[in-house]
Write a protein that binds this ligand. Structure first.
Ligand code: PBG
Length: 328
């Protein structure tokens, strides 16, 4: 017995003694229920294609996608988000709203294979479908035409909802996109489909591997005129409030780990469910360092995903979904 052992601070040590007691007193627990698995489906390929900068992630065919969602469901993961890569890209991204476009077909495939056992989210944007790789209509001077782009988003929303999407997730960061989509859905007699707004989406360098996944190269341009400046935090709260006023049912912060402060503040601001996107670069950095033996990738993945949840997110879009679901 030393006097030191009676310090109240010792309580913390006494409560860390075993795995069981740590489990008992843990404030939060990462669970498969927290995961949304991002999936890519590509038109015009006969075999799934690996994505070099996203090890373990594939561009799927319609058939391989069905096998993938079976596995995902069997692991207990509740949701996926779909991204499509069309065979042909054009200036406005018309494949995005074609009723027979690749993502519409994939949504319908998933719905008929799996019904309500998985929440099928669809990313709503045109960048995977445009030949220039931007999220909207590009004017002659290189600027993005916000309002012309909203007209395209309205059409995409209707096409995705008609195909059976359970949740529509606009990611293009155009002003007024949530209101435009909500109105378009209502005009199509659809008041049921929730909108998950990518509200606070930063112009991050961490999207690099995603661009490979959707065959986009931005060459000499960037998205800083419509995605957020990473120096700004109050602006993110304004983006979130605007989306909620426009009728968003859930909001998202993206990327995740670099923006935990934004997630935490969003948690204070609103009671709607908050998603956080652990993006391609966040995944690939862990994978690359793990492959070199510099870190334990499973441990770091669980640590980061837990941090995202601890910061206040209700669910996490993550390329680790399948792998980590098996470890929890
Ligand atoms: C845009 C979109 C992007 C991501 C999701 N939706 C790319 C971008 O804005 O540049 C990136 C996701 C990731 O990096 O994992 N449709």
């Amino acid at each position: 017995y030393t006097e030191k052992m009676t310090f109240p601070q010792q309580r913390l040590r006494r409560l860390r003694k075993s795995g069981a007691i740590r489990r008992l007193i843990s404030e939060i627990t990462l669970s498969v229920d927290d995961f949304v698995a991002p999936l890519f489906v590509r038109e015009g390929i006969s075999e799934p294609q690996p994505i070099a900068s996203l090890p373990g992630v594939f561009q799927h065919t319609r058939d391989s996608l069905k096998a993938e969602i079976d596995q995902i469901r069997n692991l207990g993961i509740p949701s996926i988000i779909l991204f499509g890569i069309p065979a042909e890209k054009d200036a406005t991204g018309s494949g995005a709203w074609d009723p027979n476009g690749i993502v519409q077909q994939a949504i319908a495939d998933c719905k008929s294979a799996i019904g309500d056992d998985l929440v099928i989210m669809s990313d709503l944007c045109v960048d995977e479908y445009t030949d220039h790789g931007h999220c909207g209509v590009v004017n002659d001077d290189g600027s993005i035409d916000n309002d012309l782009t909203l007209d395209l988003y309205r059409k995409i929303a209707i096409a995705q909802a008609n195909a059976g999407a359970d949740v529509i997730a606009p990611s293009g960061m155009m002003d007024g996109q949530v209101a435009a989509i909500r109105q378009a859905l209502a005009g199509n007699n659809n008041l049921e489909t929730p909108i998950l707004a990518y509200s606070a989406k930063y112009a991050s360098g961490l999207y690099g591997p995603f661009r490979e996944a959707v065959n986009v190269s931005l060459e000499n341009s960037d998205r800083k005129s419509y995605q957020q400046d990473w120096r700004n935090k109050r602006e993110a709260m304004n983006e979130i409030k605007a989306d909620l006023n426009e009728g968003a049912d859930m909001i998202m912060v993206k990327p995740a780990v670099t923006y935990l402060d934004i997630i935490a503040q969003a948690r204070e601001l609103t009671d709607v469910p908050i998603g956080a996107y652990h993006v391609s670069g966040e995944y690939s950095m862990i994978k690359a360092a793990g492959k070199k033996g510099w870190i334990d990738e499973t441990q770091v993945a669980i640590e980061q995903l837990t941090a995202v949840k601890r910061s206040g997110a209700n669910f996490i879009l993550t390329y680790f979904a399948k792998e980590i679901a098996g470890c929890l």
